[in-house]
Design a protein around this ligand. Structure first.
Ligand SMILES: C[S@@+](CC[C@H](N)C(=O)[O-])C[C@H]1O[C@@H](n2cnc3c(N)ncnc32)[C@H](O)[C@@H]1O
Length: 220
């Protein structure tokens, strides 16, 4: 927790929040990968101190594979020593690879069944968000799932405080997520037990689509 807060103070733009996600949000982010039968090829993007990584590691079995991509070297070292080395010592045959790099630059084979993404898209320029979404979706197989999260209502709450450039950015980002939701199949789950409350957004890649699509909103 302290490591996360320290990195947030040092670089709020890429860290994106002051606190790591809650175990309840981690469960929502990983619910469909946990329910899936058969082997799974998994990619996690932006793990930070590993709130979602712990839930993913807990769910791994058999011939699953896991690639993890994190840009901040302090978080990479933390993940390696606190989570991955202890896990590997118990499950030496499980292929888990940590890529200490931006998702834009990571060398990845693709064909993922599940992508779990913790990136702070509200903090990124729109062009960066668009290219990261395009990359993640291109890395998924058809029918694969991307789960990412947004803080509930954050764009609306920020609007009065950000000036005209900030408002234009937030509106364009909202338009982009709606467009994405219109191209694939998207469901959202509200998790109130998180600081702040968040929506886990699950996108299922449509056959032949290169970017995301629209759908229903569920609350629990
Ligand atoms: C909001 S934090 C989420 C951390 C964790 N998943 C959680 O929910 O507690 C965002 C994380 O994404 C990482 N990150 C930001 N930009 C990235 C990029 N382009 N590629 C990979 N990781 C990135 C940050 O360093 C940070 O660890």
């Amino acid at each position: 927790m302290l490591k996360f807060v320290h990195q947030a103070i040092r670089d709020i733009r890429t860290t994106g929040s002051v606190f790591p996600s809650s175990p309840r949000l981690a469960r929502a982010m990983t619910s469909s990968l946990r329910a899936h039968r058969g082997e799974r090829k998994i990619l996690e993007v932006g793990p930070g101190t590993g709130a979602f990584t712990e839930a993913i590691l807990h769910a791994l079995r058999g011939h699953d594979t896991l690639d993890i991509v994190e840009v901040n070297p302090v978080f990479c070292e933390h993940l390696e020593t606190r989570l991955l080395q202890p896990f590997r010592s118990r499950h030496s045959s499980m292929p888990i690879k940590l890529h200490c790099s931006a998702i834009e630059d990571a060398t990845l084979a693709g064909g993922y069944d599940f992508v779990i993404c913790g990136l702070p898209f509200n903090n990124f320029p729109l062009a960066v968000t668009e290219s990261i979404f395009a990359r993640m979706i291109a890395l998924m197989r058809d029918g694969g799932e991307l789960t990412y999260f947004e803080y509930a209502g954050v764009r609306t709450l920020k609007l009065p405080f950000v000036g005209s450039h900030g408002r234009a950015h937030l509106r364009k980002l909202g338009d982009f997520t709606r467009l994405t939701a219109s191209k694939h199949q998207v469901t959202r789950k509200l998790v109130v037990a998180n600081i702040p409350p968040a929506l886990a957004v699950r996108l299922v890649k449509r056959h032949g689509a290169l970017e995301p699509c629209s759908g229903s909103t569920k609350t629990s």
